[in-house]
Design a protein around this ligand. Structure first.
Ligand SMILES: [Zn+2]
Length: 211
């Protein structure tokens, strides 16, 4: 069975995905970056690690077919499909209050780090991974130049592009529709947008649960 929900602009949410189940992140407007984490349900002291994933893949980018790993290099999440041009970021930390202060913002600003903590708390899993792990930043366009410089650019994804993630163990996937509106991370209009999330159970899982 598939369940589709809207993840509102600027907010985060946690999704239970059992081994073999999938979660599709649909970039409804094409311009929205989605910070993505996975925490192991049975061992919440472990989760998706971008540093270990880059080392295992031998690449800065992720692409369809890749198995992403946790901090013990165990497969935790697969990029099962990617209908976008394939530009995602694995380097940049989640935005946080200091990021917005340094951009000159006064007072509270929604941010992906707070969204992570809030969503994980609502999932019931203990929040053991500190500091906030580096997320897989779906659709985020931060090219690395040949001299090593990085640049924050608008996404190149198109309306309706999506990435399908498959759980390789039982996980809580935390998503944050990044509220960045001071630099063009979420498009040249700097307008955070809603995205859609579709969860599908592992094949046969419902039948097992009903029997
Ligand atoms: Zn963010």
């Amino acid at each position: 069975m598939a369940v589709t929900t809207t993840l509102a602009a600027r907010t985060g949410a946690a999704f239970q995905v059992s081994q073999g189940g999938t979660l599709r992140v649909i970039n409804t407007y094409g311009s929205q970056v989605v910070d993505t984490w996975a925490v192991a349900r049975q061992e919440p002291q472990h989760g998706l690690s971008m540093a270990h994933t880059r080392a295992v893949l031998g690449r800065l980018m992720v692409k369809a077919g890749d198995e992403l790993v946790d901090d013990l290099r165990r497969p935790i999440l697969q990029i099962a499909e990617d209908t976008s041009p394939g530009v995602h970021d694995t380097l940049i930390p989640a935005c946080d209050p200091v990021r917005y202060q340094r951009l000159g913002h006064k007072g509270h600003h929604d941010n992906c780090s707070d969204n992570y903590h809030r969503a994980l708390a609502e999932s019931g899993l203990p929040d053991l991974l500190t500091p906030v792990p580096a997320p897989l930043n779906l659709f985020m366009n931060v090219p690395v130049n040949s001299d090593g410089d990085i640049v924050f650019r608008a996404p190149v994804s198109r309306p309706g592009d999506s990435v399908l993630l498959r759980a390789l163990t039982d996980v809580v996937v935390v998503l944050s529709a990044c509220p960045q509106d001071l630099v063009p991370v979420n498009g040249d209009l700097q307008q955070p947008r809603d995205v859609e999330v579709r969860i599908t159970d592992a094949p046969g899982k419902q039948a097992q649960e009903q029997s």
